[in-house]
Design a protein around this ligand. Structure first.
Ligand code: BES
Ligand code: MN
Ligand code: ZN
Length: 507
């Protein structure tokens, strides 16, 4: 059941629902604003509970009050959920997303309908439209679940169907409506990416991922070009072909086009997403424990597809291309061998040091293809290295680039969307690790600085095109709850960052 969001003007105390979500900053003794209005309608009950220290406003102090019909005059909601916002200093949109996500989960099993005030727009000082957007994003992303394969235990907990974002001030309603609309689009696109990542690899083959891309193109009027392996071979994409040839399932090289500025083709950005639908490691086979999550090795492609949905909805004035080199990485009889040498589309020879470093091989030719077709800027997104997690933990993706301006644009977009990202260096010392005795470059630089050597490898194929590489192996999946992610599995990051980036570069 997906959560539906609406907006409504009015006094939340007078709007019937199974639960009204209000809030309190830490340290506030007498709530004001909408929470104050609810407090008054309840005869000061919230203030009383604050005095009793049951309600503290601390983050995580979320108190549910039961207010059945008729017990408090004409108070309409059946429950009130008071969400603790923590200290007001530093309270931001990321907090609004998280609080919204936690709130919808708290109500998930007990309410069908809920209303919410706009967190942070009062003494938090946040912008109404952006806070409304954050509420829509947080509650959409926060109410996500993937239970299509749970036939018997289908979550009875998933009862929350409707969330109404309520604002008292009529003048603010246009901002609320716009913000919520933008947030729904963004949150649903992120959840779409999560669905693709969570889908098991027996179902999500390269062909199934192609179907998903076709659907995105159809729904949003995007151009689509699909190359099969023979075409890729004839175009010289032997790095990509080498990876694909170990699988029985046909590879699909997919190029989507959004024409937001058709008369100005050089005003473009190319989003390249690693799209390995399963990474066994190939002949450099992964150990079992490293393989279980490898259905998610198309997380970069999924985020790019999600971003194209947002782009296709918001229609910025810029041309956006998506390139998804889809394939499995399998150790079949036709698989490439460690020690093989392949020539990429840009002419460079690559020594295959490790067939498990397959993502960079597929990206090498995807970047070659993008450059050949007039890319002015390239962003690649990839679950590329386990080392990203070692270097940064699970809070940040690793960012690299050959253009400081473009890197900054990406980091700014990430900041706006709340996706953690941190730049790492492309230092010349690490670069040496990719040297090959027999070819121009080898595809693995050994253990030290594994994310950096992978980025160096890709930079050989970005050449002089402004390029940013985002290694999302650290953030693509979560275990347990974190922030607005309330269920283990895919995060869909950095779907919204990519769309924000595109919007920020549009003119
Ligand atoms: N898809 C993996 C990276 C990965 C690991 C993503 C864990 C998410 C979680 C990638 O293709 C890979 O296997 N990388 C190797 C590179 C090595 C062979 C140079 C790695 O990280 O070990
Ligand atoms: Mn691999
Ligand atoms: Zn991989």
């Amino acid at each position: 059941m997906t959560l539906t969001l609406h907006t409504m003007r009015g006094n939340i105390a007078q709007i019937a629902s199974d639960a009204a979500i209000v809030n309190l900053f830490e340290g506030v003794q007498r709530p004001g604003g909408a929470t104050g209005a609810v407090d008054r309608a309840l005869g000061g009950l919230i203030s009383e509970l604050i005095e009793d220290r049951e309600i503290t406003g601390k983050r995580g102090n979320n108190v549910l009050i039961h207010t059945p019909a008729g017990r408090y005059g004409d108070f309409a909601p059946k429950r009130v959920l008071v969400m603790g916002l923590g200290k007001p200093t530093g309270f931001g949109y990321g907090d609004v997303r998280e609080v919204s996500a936690v709130a919808v989960n708290r109500l998930r099993g007990i309410s069908k309908t809920a209303t919410t005030i706009i967190h942070g727009a009062g003494i938090g000082g946040l912008d109404t439209a952006k806070a409304s957007q954050a509420i829509a994003e947080g509650s959409t992303v926060g109410s996500y679940s993937f239970n299509k394969y749970k036939k018997t235990s289908k979550d009875s907990a998933d009862r929350l169907e409707l969330l109404n974002v309520v604002e008292f001030d009529d003048d603010k309603m246009p901002e609320v409506r716009v913000g919520v609309g933008v947030g729904i689009t963004a949150g649903e696109a992120q959840n779409f990416a999560r669905d693709l990542v969570n889908e098991p690899a027996n179902v999500l083959s390269p062909e199934a991922m192609l179907d998903a891309a076709r659907k995105v193109a159809e729904d949003h009027g995007l151009g689509i070009r699909v190359l099969d392996l023979a075409e890729c071979r004839s175009m010289g994409m032997n790095a990509y072909v080498g990876v694909a040839q170990g699988s029985h399932r046909p590879a699909q090289f997919v190029h989507l086009t959004y024409e937001g500025d058709p008369s100005n083709t050089s005003n473009n950005i190319w989003l390249v997403g690693k799209s390995i639908t399963f990474d066994s490691g190939g002949l450099s086979l992964k150990p079992s424990r490293g393989m279980v999550t490898m259905k998610g090795d198309m997380g970069g492609g999924a985020a790019v597809l999600g971003a194209m949905k947002i782009v296709g909805t918001q229609k910025p004035r810029i041309n956006v291309h998506a390139v998804l080199p889809m394939t499995e990485n399998m150790p079949g009889g036709g698989a490439q061998r460690p020690g093989d040498v392949v020539q990429a589309m840009n002419g460079k020879y690559i020594e295959i040091d490790n067939t498990d470093a397959e993502g960079r091989l597929t990206l090498a030719d995807a970047l070659g293809y993008a450059r050949e077709n007039g890319a002015a800027r390239i962003i690649d997104v990839a679950t590329l290295t386990g080392a990203a997690r070692v270097a940064l933990g699970t809070g940040n993706a690793a960012v690299f680039g050959n253009d400081d301006g473009l890197v900054k644009s990406v980091l700014d977009a990430a900041e706006t969307s709340g996706d953690g990202m941190w730049r790492l260096p492309l230092d010349s010392t690490s670069k040496r690790q990719n040297r090959s005795n027999i070819a121009d470059v080898k595809n693995s630089g050994g253990a030290p600085a594994g994310s950096i050597t992978a980025a160096h490898f890709i930079s050989e194929f970005a050449e002089d095109t402004p390029w940013v590489h985002i290694d999302i192996a650290s953030v693509s999946m979560v275990t347990g709850n974190r922030g607005m992610f309330r269920t283990s599995g895919a995060t869909g990051a950095p779907t919204r960052t990519l769309a924000n980036l595109v919007a920020s570069l549009a003119n």
